[in-house]
Design a protein around this ligand. Structure first.
Ligand code: GRF
Length: 213
């Protein structure tokens, strides 16, 4: 059975990419990662991709956003990608990518959206004194972290937490929910979007959330 081809965009260390690589290395997983692109030459994500034998390319930002996005789209199309997963990709994506892959771009954000979109989500959570934090996999739309929510993972906020310790705890659920979301979308379980709400058709007993440490 042929698997759904997925491209990943990442700017950082790539632990979410690694979680996706690990999951997709099971031949029974419905998707495979065929290309990893980064706007940063020194991204750990590129090293992780190379180590896994996946095409890894640095696409520098020079030349403006439209040109950069055109280069990304060309690289994704060259690999016949059907879905795109942003995994710690630190640029706002624009129409170039969204029009090329309508409704097929995923992102992971380290908060329980719609709380704390944008940068420093963990710091925002601490500043607000929330008792539960987490992460969200969502479809990407033109806004910043505003697209339909697919899967969420929750973790407690502990009194002694700082930004770093909370970020690590949130990452543990990120690494669980991203493979889950990728599995379900590439199995065709996303029925549609009604208003802001994503509608799933999930296997018996499955739920689009996890509670972590
Ligand atoms: C994660 O917290 C992700 O939610 C956010 O950026 C971080 C990336 O971490 N968008 P990594 O590069 O996957 O380790």
């Amino acid at each position: 059975m042929s698997r759904v081809r997925v491209g990943v965009l990442a700017s950082g260390g790539g632990t979410n990419l690694q979680a996706l690589i690990d999951a997709t290395q099971d031949p029974a997983f419905p998707a495979e990662i065929v290309v990893v692109l980064s706007d940063r030459r020194d991204a750990g994500a590129l090293v992780r991709a190379e180590r896994a034998g996946i095409e890894a390319r640095w696409l520098p930002r020079g030349g403006g956003r439209a040109a950069h996005e055109a280069a990304i789209v060309a690289a994704l199309r060259a690999q016949a990608v059907a879905w795109v997963a942003l995994a710690g990709y630190m640029r706002i994506v624009g129409d170039g990518l969204l029009d090329a892959f309508p409704g097929k771009v995923l992102n992971i954000h380290p908060s329980l959206l719609p709380a704390f979109p944008g940068l420093h989500a963990q710091r925002q959570a601490l500043e607000h004194g929330v008792r539960v934090a987490g992460a969200t996999v969502h479809l990407v739309d033109a806004g910043t972290d505003t697209g339909p929510i697919l899967v969420q993972g929750a973790v407690p906020v502990l009194p002694e937490d700082d930004e770093a310790t909370l970020a690590v705890r949130i990452l543990t659920v990120e690494h669980r929910i991203y493979p889950l979301a990728l599995r379900w979308v590439t199995e065709g379980r996303l029925v549609g979007v009604e208003g802001r709400r994503a509608v799933w058709r999930l296997p018996e007993g499955a739920a689009p959330f996890v509670f972590g440490a």
